[in-house]
Design a protein around this ligand. Structure first.
Ligand code: TXA
Ligand code: MG
Length: 341
């Protein structure tokens, strides 16, 4: 299949992306978090093509992207008041909420669950495409399953050229990590995946929430989990990753002592000068978590091009957006983590 390269600054290209989606094709589109691999959410067959293009495990449900709240009542069986409060504060934005699904949601989206995950993205182009397509858009992150998510069109092309109809190129994603996934179908809401909206921000609006334990530990493949995506290998660059948590001075010192010539270093700006190795990528100051999030997947993919043997990564603590970064890094490493307090 020839993969068209479309540009979001070109109106005709945005129209083309929407019309391909309408015709049941799979098109990669930008969002504020990461690029999404979009298809018409109400078209069983179109949605199936997403799984083929990504090599996505069959039991892993998809997020449905909407551009107005009317879709919420159409796609969900029950919308609790809490959800409306969260929507008012964080939508459009990087928050995905899980609801009991309505009959409108095809099984190719929910994969056997009786729930559906909904997100209202905060991205002009994504919203325009949904509007023009006239239908909610199902979209997982636009990467080959298991690989780091993509935050620019070139990275989507690297993974999916020849497998999808088009890529709608826009700027580098501003958030850089995926949306927060919050399950609202239980008595007490459960954070299934930390992301662009922080736990602290959510708790300010609806009070205390639970945090799913799969955020911090490896889950066996045959375990039943709240969010099927959690048990699979995720975000992994080609090289083995060692994540170093705890005191930043100590983690930098550890890297200096152990890093070999062909290894890669992912460090905070402040420690760049400590290392003489060639394969160093910085991901912002240790005090700038937004910058770390923005550069995380971008850098994990850069290490692939550098052909490093092993990646040593400094890691922020779990406050605010740091929880999402630390979760992605730990999963990318298969929970190969060394804590140096
Ligand atoms: O920021 C994002 O959320 C991006 C952009 C493209 O919107 N999308 C994204 O989708 O990250 P994906 O498929 O890569 O991750 C969605 C996660 C998976 O872990 C999946 O298992 C979970 O959300 N999920 C989807 N539907 C669910 C449901 N009904 N119940 C529980 N978890 C669900
Ligand atoms: Mg993903």
């Amino acid at each position: 299949m020839k993969t068209l390269k479309l540009l979001s600054r070109n109106k005709d290209d945005v129209l083309k992306a929407a019309s391909l989606l309408k015709q049941g094709e799979v098109v990669a589109i930008p969002t504020e978090t990461v690029y999404g691999l979009g298809a018409n959410a109400l078209d069983e067959n179109a949605v199936k093509q997403i799984f083929i293009a990504k090599g996505r495990p069959q039991d892993n449900p998809l997020i449905v992207h909407i551009n107005n709240l009317d879709w919420l009542t159409k796609l969900c069986d029950f919308v609790p008041q809490m959800a409306l409060d969260l929507a008012q504060n964080f939508w459009p934005g990087p928050l995905t909420m899980v609801f009991k699904k309505s009959d409108l949601v095809p099984d190719s989206i929910s994969r056997g669950l009786d729930t559906v995950a909904i997100r209202y993205p905060n991205h002009k182009v994504a919203l325009k495409v949904i509007e023009l397509a006239g239908t909610p858009i199902a979209a997982p992150s636009a990467n080959t399953s298991g690989r780091p998510s993509t935050t620019n069109g070139d990275h989507v092309f690297d993974d999916l050229n020849g497998k999808i109809s088009a890529i709608l190129y826009d700027n580098q994603c501003v958030v850089g990590v995926e949306s927060t996934v919050l399950d609202l179908t239980t008595d007490k809401p459960i954070l299934l995946r930390p992301g662009g909206v922080t736990r602290e921000q959510i708790e300010k609006i609806i009070g205390e929430i639970d945090v799913d334990k799969s955020i911090f530990q490896k889950i066996d493949n045959d375990k039943k989990v709240n969010s099927p995506g959690m048990k699979y290998k995720h975000y992994a660059p080609k090289a083995e990753v060692l994540v170093l948590t705890g005191n930043h001075e100590k983690t930098a010192q550890y890297i200096k002592e152990h890093c070999q010539i062909n290894d890669g270093i992912l460090c905070f700006d402040e420690y760049f000068d400590m290392f003489n190795e060639q394969n160093i990528l910085t991901f912002g100051s240790f005090s700038d978590i937004s910058e770390q999030a923005r550069l995380l997947f971008l850098n994990l993919r850069k290490f692939d091009d550098m052909n490093v043997t092993k990646i040593y990564a400094q890691c922020p603590d779990g406050q605010g957006l740091g929880l999402a970064i630390s979760n992605r890094l730990q999963k990318a490493s298969g929970f190969n983590v060394l804590n140096l307090e």
